[in-house]
Design a binder for this molecule. Structure first.
Ligand code: DON
Length: 304
């Protein structure tokens, strides 16, 4: 399979694509990103790397970080985690407050904002230095010590993050938040501000394509069962109210972020990251989805 040729074809095809949407602007710092950026990196389970465009440029991974925090929380709490957060697709926007009211403050899944905020609460309850531990975790699975938070982006989101404050306050009123509200949103805004390139993301997410193990070192990061569950959640909930569409078009487990990144996994074959900052109305990268649709069509490699 000539992955490099396929990535080149995708880049060429998408250079003629007129995106309709805009870059995220509700986080002021993200509005400054050049909408024309495009990068893609594929990492095969045969240890080969392929890339096109701005694949080594770091961007704000935003909600993609929710997969890292979920992995850490699953390793800490095991099955007890599911008392605090459900595993069902929400069918609602990522920052929705409505379901929480009639579902007693238990978020539908760990990838909508309310779910990720409960996961942040759990990490804060169980770790002495959760921000440092998250960095160490991401550095370990990528082998890249330079990975860090973008403190400007974190501060920018803090200045406008009223919906996330509302979600935590509401869940605290309903008994599903244990720690101080400001501590939780501070951790959450930092996790979302993680700055990584497509190459680094594809490397990090290889653990989910490689049965829970780091490919280079064979170190076990999570059990096969936990790996199955995380892939299942990415498949059913990774794209919020567009999870069905992503599954239909692309056919891979994956996760998006409003920084314009998307990561997707082919269990046993590859992990792939794509970055293009223009978002559709659901908050997912427009060209990113198109690129991955082309990838699974041209390679014939989806999970279906
Ligand atoms: O909480 C927020 O709104 C952002 N920090 C993350 C949202 C996000 O990335 C949604 N994904 N497409």
């Amino acid at each position: 399979m000539d992955f490099q040729k396929i990535l080149n074809t995708i880049q060429e095809d998408l250079s003629h694509y007129d995106a309709f949407g805009n870059v995220a602007s509700y986080i002021p710092e993200l509005a400054k990103i050049d909408p024309k950026k495009f990068g893609m990196h594929l990492y095969g389970t045969d240890s080969q790397h392929y890339s096109v465009g701005d694949s080594d440029e770091k961007f704000s991974i935003q909600s993609i970080s929710k997969v890292f925090t979920l992995t850490m929380a699953m390793n800490i709490l095991g099955e007890d985690l599911w008392d605090r957060v459900d595993v069902e697709p929400s069918g609602d926007p990522f920052n929705s407050l409505t379901q929480l009211e009639y579902e007693s403050g238990v978020p539908r899944n760990p990838f909508i904002n309310s779910g990720a905020l409960v996961i942040a609460d759990i990490l804060i309850s169980n770790l002495d230095n959760p921000k440092e531990d998250l960095l160490q975790f991401v550095r370990k699975i990528t082998g890249k010590e330079s990975i860090d938070y973008d403190y400007t982006v974190a501060a920018s989101e803090k200045s406008t993050g009223y919906r996330n404050y509302a979600l935590v306050n509401y869940m605290k009123a309903l008994g599903n938040i244990k720690n101080d509200v400001d501590t939780i949103v501070d951790f959450y805004f930092h996790q979302c501000s993680l700055a990584m390139s497509c190459a680094e993301l594809a490397t990090a997410f290889m653990i989910f394509a490689n049965k829970g193990r780091i490919l280079d070192t064979d170190e076990k990061i999570l059990s096969k069962t936990k790996n199955k569950r995380i892939n299942a959640l990415m498949q059913t909930c990774g794209f919020y109210d567009e999870a069905g569409e992503f599954s239909f078009e692309v056919g891979l487990p994956g996760k998006s972020g409003v920084g314009g990144g998307i990561i997707a996994i082919h269990p046993s074959r590859y992990s792939v990251a794509v970055w293009s900052p223009i978002l559709n109305e659901k908050g997912n990268s427009e060209l990113g989805m198109a690129a991955l649709e082309k990838l699974t069509t041209l390679t014939g490699l989806s999970i279906f």
